[in-house]
Design a protein around this ligand. Structure first.
Ligand code: AMP
Ligand code: MG
Length: 356
């Protein structure tokens, strides 16, 4: 079934999580090389639990890699966080309407990539949504619905075309006073890739990085089996409550859900992914999972597809190489042509990825 839509029978919901084969009662078909052992470590970065799993011969090697990952994530957080004093993001917002700010190469890269995808998604992905998002008070215990007047007053500050990058000077400039940079839709994916790069640099062939649902996988599993990633129920995002499982052999898989940082009022779920055109929470989907070669791009697209909705979203995904999407929207499940549904796997959707 190409780009198919199917009614969902069970209750839904989502948040990606790595499954061990045992969770589903499957067994490894092959043996893991005897010299490799699994090691796991969780670190906190960008307000997210980042779990790194790797398969290496010794504990010493694992500790070395974990320590390098921890240092790198701490360094990147200091640059990209919207909360850490002295970060590039805070400096750029503070200088909005005044002057360009010299930033680190990492910030320059993330901003340039985000602008490239703002263009590709016709503004559905917009790293200047912060002033509107702030009106909702999601960071407090008392989130609120902003008034129409507040939205009207603030919306002109949301415009990715007013973000100016000077590559030669290494600067970023927000050209209107009151604008703010928000890398929340891409930074987690970027740091997920950065952690994976440390693993690769250390010669780790098999491993995973999971930053709160932003997942990057190195290789298949060491026994040759694919990784199985559960996409969890957004209505009941408790433990092990998934509506779909995707088999992957590497690359990245990122899920955005409307159950994160959300409240329900008048039967509407008010959540943290904003349609930059209206300033209202995006109503295009309830959950979007994107598979792409890097977590940075999968992260950007998962947020963008939320705004675009399943029809436009899948059209975009079909035009991008090595990119797939699984979308839960309006009580239906949609998927791109490279995801192959497998029959006879019980109540959950079960997908493999087409070899290209
Ligand atoms: P994610 O969980 O990756 O979908 O990212 C959600 C976060 O991205 C929000 O908490 C905001 O910080 C930011 N965000 C919200 N709406 C947008 C948008 N339309 N474009 C880019 N970033 C957004
Ligand atoms: Mg995202």
């Amino acid at each position: 079934m190409d780009c198919a839509a199917r009614k969902l029978y069970a209750a839904v919901a989502i948040l990606a999580l790595l499954l061990s084969p045992g969770c589903l009662g499957f067994h490894s078909r092959q043996q893991q090389p005897a010299e490799l052992k699994e090691f796991k470590e969780t670190v906190i970065a960008m307000d997210t639990l980042v779990t790194i799993a790797l398969y290496v011969p010794s504990e010493e090697k694992a500790h070395k890699v974990f320590s390098e990952v921890r240092n790198e994530l701490q360094r990147l957080e200091g640059i990209l966080s919207a909360h850490q004093p002295g970060s590039d993001v805070i400096a750029i917002s503070a200088a909005a309407g005044k002057e360009p700010v010299k930033v680190s190469p990492e910030t320059l890269h993330v901003v340039q990539t985000a602008l490239q995808y703002a263009h590709i998604t016709q503004g559905a992905f917009d790293i200047t949504v912060a002033p509107v998002l702030r009106l909702y008070n999601f960071d407090t215990n008392n989130p609120v619905r902003p008034s129409v007047r507040e939205l009207e007053r603030t919306l002109p500050l949301v415009d990715w075309r007013k973000v100016h990058v000077d590559e030669a000077q290494g600067t970023v400039f927000l050209s209107a006073e009151g604008m703010e940079l928000d890398l929340g839709g891409v930074a987690k994916g970027y740091i997920t890739d950065a952690a994976a790069e440390i693993l690769l640099k250390n010669g780790v062939e098999f491993g995973s990085v999971n930053a709160g649902g932003d997942i990057r996988l190195l290789g298949p599993k060491p026994d040759g089996n694919p990784w199985r990633v559960g996409i969890k129920d957004p209505v009941n995002p408790g433990a092990n409550n998934w509506f779909a499982i995707v088999e992957v052999r590497g690359g990245a898989l990122v899920t955005s859900g409307d159950y994160e940082r959300a409240f329900v009022e008048d039967g509407v779920r008010w959540h943290h992914i904003i349609d930059p055109a209206s300033g209202l929470p995006a109503s295009g989907a309830s959950s979007v999972t994107v598979l792409a070669p890097t977590a940075e791009i999968a992260d950007i697209l998962s947020t963008a597809l939320f705004v675009l909705g399943p029809e436009k979203g899948l059209e975009l995904v079909e035009s991008l190489p090595e990119t797939e999407a699984l979308i839960w929207a309006r009580g239906e499940v949609f998927w791109s042509s490279g995801l192959i549904p497998q029959e006879g796997r019980g109540d959950v959707f079960y997908f493999t990825v087409k070899d290209k």
